[in-house]
Design a protein around this ligand. Structure first.
Ligand SMILES: Cc1cc2nc3c(=O)[nH]c(=O)nc-3n(C[C@H](O)[C@H](O)[C@H](O)COP(=O)(O)O)c2cc1C
Length: 210
């Protein structure tokens, strides 16, 4: 699909996936590229993304997602998992990655490192967790938009119980929690939701020109 707005009109939160239609390996890689290319505060990408294909895990997740069929029927299930906290070591590791990628000395990034650490330390643990969750949602947006552009269907989902889904995804010992699930695949030809007109706030209300 060439026109971005046409793609965004075409996409909708898919309620019924065709379980027989699977993403190709190339499509999956391209979607992962899009997620990897997401913007994030300072570029920290303090989240991880699970691509869940194991039917047993997906069946368990579905139980904890009010039985929503998309979880098991879509080709793949992405789970966006923000870190619960980040520490100095994570920031220093990221600074090392910038230095290596751009071929510059780590010392030249000291001010940037201090700025990141200052921002993190100025937040309460609760505010930090909220900020970290927000980062993962931006990556979700990249996935939805890229998928639409590729003619691939998605359904962003918050309708699940994270305390159970975190267990299903084996996150308990990890510094991660599940924020958003995104089944990805291809709509069933009889998904009624595909025919619903888009309901959106009028532009005069949505935007302010100042
Ligand atoms: C963060 C988030 C959570 C959502 N959770 C669910 C969900 O659990 N189940 C579902 O069917 N749709 C879910 N939706 C889809 C929204 O209901 C849908 O995006 C909205 O009604 C606009 O419709 P459209 O995306 O089809 O244009 C969610 C959307 C977002 C962005």
């Amino acid at each position: 699909m060439s026109n971005m707005i046409e793609s965004l009109q075409w996409r909708y939160a898919t309620k019924k996936f065709d379980p027989t239609k699977k993403l190709s390996a190339e499509q999956l890689q391209e979607l992962m590229d899009a997620v990897q290319l997401s913007a994030s505060s300072f570029g920290l990408q303090a989240y991880r993304v699970a691509v869940v294909t194991d039917p047993a895990i997906r069946a368990k997740v579905r139980e904890h997602a009010w039985g929503q069929a998309q979880v098991t029927d879509a080709s793949h299930l992405f789970a966006f998992m923000p870190m619960k906290s980040i520490d100095e070591a994570y920031v220093k590791n990221y600074v090392g990655l910038i230095a290596k990628t751009r071929g510059i000395p780590v010392e030249s990034l000291k001010d940037y490192e201090n700025m990141m650490l200052g921002t993190i330390k100025s937040r309460t643990p609760e505010a930090l967790a909220v900020w970290l969750r927000a980062q993962a949602y931006i990556a979700v947006g990249f996935l939805l938009s890229a998928a639409a552009h590729m003619g691939i269907d998605t359904c962003p989902m918050e309708g699940f119980d994270p305390t159970h889904v975190d267990v299903d995804l084996s996150l308990l010992e990890k510094n991660l929690t599940t924020a958003v699930l995104v089944p990805v695949g291809f709509r069933a030809s009889d998904d009624e939701a595909a025919t619903y007109k888009k309901v959106r706030t009028p532009k005069e209300e949505l935007f302010m020109t100042l």
